[in-house]
Design a protein around this ligand. Structure first.
Ligand code: PRP
Length: 177
């Protein structure tokens, strides 16, 4: 087994566990949307790019993939202001929308996104998130959750720390220091 990077305390979720859970999520989503013409999937950059690529390749229903990039300020404050850096390419009015996120931490990003997207009058908006940190309660529903995790810093499978460790094949816990 390759040695763990010195920044990391441990492997929290293995590649095999991720693969199995992503397959399960894809199966559930495919079944839930089988009656719809098409699902409009919105991946949130950068963190969701690996999860989105794996999830969408396992879906068994027609779908379109688009991306948004958001930046959040003041993660440690209660303001949690969010800004759109890159928007969708087309209107989503009347579409069944599925937001795909790597992680919901404070919930600020998702709460903002929900508000913005609902204002564009889609037929429905649901969220699929790989990791959900067990902390404050959220004001938006999470319909599909990969793993509930403790309140620790995580990297890998799309998630970064200062843009490092994004392409690790597993979810790792960072050392506190
Ligand atoms: C991360 C993650 C979510 C958001 C979740 O993005 O991808 O979008 O934080 O945090 P919240 O629930 O506290 O709002 P980040 O701003 O780190 O950007 P990145 O995805 O480009 O790394």
């Amino acid at each position: 087994m390759p040695q763990l990077h010195p920044d990391l305390a441990r492997v929290l979720i293995s590649p095999e566990q991720i693969d199995q859970r992503v397959s399960e999520l894809a199966k559930t989503i495919s079944s839930d949307y089988k009656k719809e013409d098409k699902l409009y999937i919105i991946g949130i950059l950068k963190g969701a790019f690996i999860f989105l690529a794996d999830l969408t390749r396992k879906l068994e229903i027609p779908h379109t993939v688009d991306f948004m990039a958001l930046s959040s300020y003041g993660k440690t404050t209660t303001t949690g202001a969010v800004r759109i850096l890159m928007d969708l390419r087309e209107p989503i009015e009347g579409m069944h929308v599925l937001i795909v996120e790597d992680i919901v931490d404070t919930g600020n990003t998702l709460s903002y996104l929900h508000r913005i997207l609902k204002g564009r009058k889609p037929a429905s908006v649901k969220t699929c998130v790989l990791l959900h940190k067990l902390r404050d309660s959220l004001d938006v529903p999470l319909e599909y959750v990969g793993f509930e995790i403790p309140d620790v810093w995580v990297v890998g499978y799309g998630l970064d720390f200062a843009d490092r460790h994004r392409t690790l094949p597993f979810i790792g816990e960072l050392k506190r220091e």
